[in-house]
Design a protein around this ligand. Structure first.
Ligand code: BTN
Length: 329
């Protein structure tokens, strides 16, 4: 652990710690303690100096700093290698590069802002600075390439499970395949990108965007009726480093389960969040449209539709609810 992180650990243990005690515990001079405290202040920590009594940690910055995330991290692999950026084009693009350079499974790339955030189906992902979570994980699942779509469904369960306690007053929903909603508006999206041979996955980059503390003005006007954040839906701000660590833990558990036992093992949990079951929908699958009533999801993650010509199972597509929300979510 670096000296600055050790100073933070000591300041978190007691309301006030003297410069003398810090210097003795860390084996550095009082002047060196002061320099580290100044550096921490420059990084955004509010550290008060109480004359002749010492230092007190008044507040940590609202930043996705590795040390702030590591403090809450309880995983074995996910988030253990972590790179955080103030600004990046896309965390998925950077994570794909790390994956090609043999980064271990669970490697996490985070950014405070993305300049070219990528969404599903060639869309962009609006990524304003210092309010949300933009995360990409490197995965190395031992799955057949055809089973990779199950990972995005599993990630939706992990995001919904992680969101639930942070958005306690509003139920979290999943819209197939993997959008998470609060109040019927999109709060999180998932984009998986795979590098595979015919019969073997080399790596998957799992990109997750979660709107946490974004105010309405952070979204372009055309998205304001369809997108939301935890803050907008619940009125409560999210501690972003704590959320990032919680997501790592949930994702590691859900991912390990699905790789071991298949999506069927968590299909009932996925269904418990689904906002589509029993609804009449239209699914646009690369230009081919299917309409019917949603029966549920099958053990490999296909949407089961009761249509005019009987049952249909759909692997991928874009869903809109008939007579439901006024616009496509
Ligand atoms: C969607 O269209 O619903 C998927 C959105 C995925 C956005 C995330 S943000 C972190 C990661 N980096 C990207 O460029 N995209 C994903």
């Amino acid at each position: 652990m670096e000296t600055a992180d050790r100073i933070l650990t000591l300041l978190r243990r007691e309301p006030i710690v003297s410069g003398e005690a810090l210097s003795a515990t860390l084996g550095i001079s009082r002047a060196a303690v002061w320099k580290h405290v100044e550096a921490l202040r420059a990084a955004g920590y509010r550290i008060e100096s109480h004359r002749s009594r010492g230092y007190a940690l008044a507040a940590a910055p609202d930043r996705l700093l590795p040390a702030e995330i590591a403090r809450h991290l309880e995983t074995e692999r996910f988030g253990r290698r972590l790179e955080c950026f103030e600004s990046i084009d896309s965390t998925n693009v950077y994570a794909a590069r790390l994956a090609r350079e043999d980064a271990p499974e669970g490697t996490l790339v985070l950014a405070e802002r993305q300049t070219r955030g990528r969404g599903r189906l060639g869309r962009s992902w609006v990524s304003p600075a210092r309010v949300n979570l933009y995360a990409s994980f490197v995965l190395r699942p031992r799955l057949a390439p055809a089973d990779a779509p199950q990972l995005a469904l599993a990630a939706a369960v992990a995001v919904a499970r992680t969101l639930a306690p942070f958005a306690a007053t509003v139920p979290v929903a999943i819209k197939w395949p993997n959008d998470c909603l609060l109040d019927g508006k999109k709060v999180a999206g998932i984009l998986t990108e795979m590098d595979a041979e015919v019969d073997r996955i080399r790596s998957v980059v799992l990109g997750i965007g979660v709107n946490l503390n974004a105010p309405a003005r952070a979204f372009p006007p055309e998205l304001r009726t369809t997108a939301t954040s935890v803050l907008l839906a619940t009125g409560t701000r999210v501690d972003r480093p704590r959320f990032a660590a919680a997501l790592c833990a949930t994702l590691e558990a859900v991912y390990d389960r699905v790789v071991r036992d298949g999506f069927g093992a968590i299909a009932s949990e996925w269904e418990s969040y689904s906002c589509l079951t029993g609804r009449e929908v239209t699914v646009d699958c690369s230009g081919r449209r299917s309409t019917g009533t949603v029966r549920g999801i099958d053990p490999v993650g296909r949407l089961v539709l009761d249509g005019a010509n009987g049952e249909e199972r759909i692997m991928a597509g874009d869903v809109s609810i008939v007579n439901g929300y006024r616009r496509k979510l």
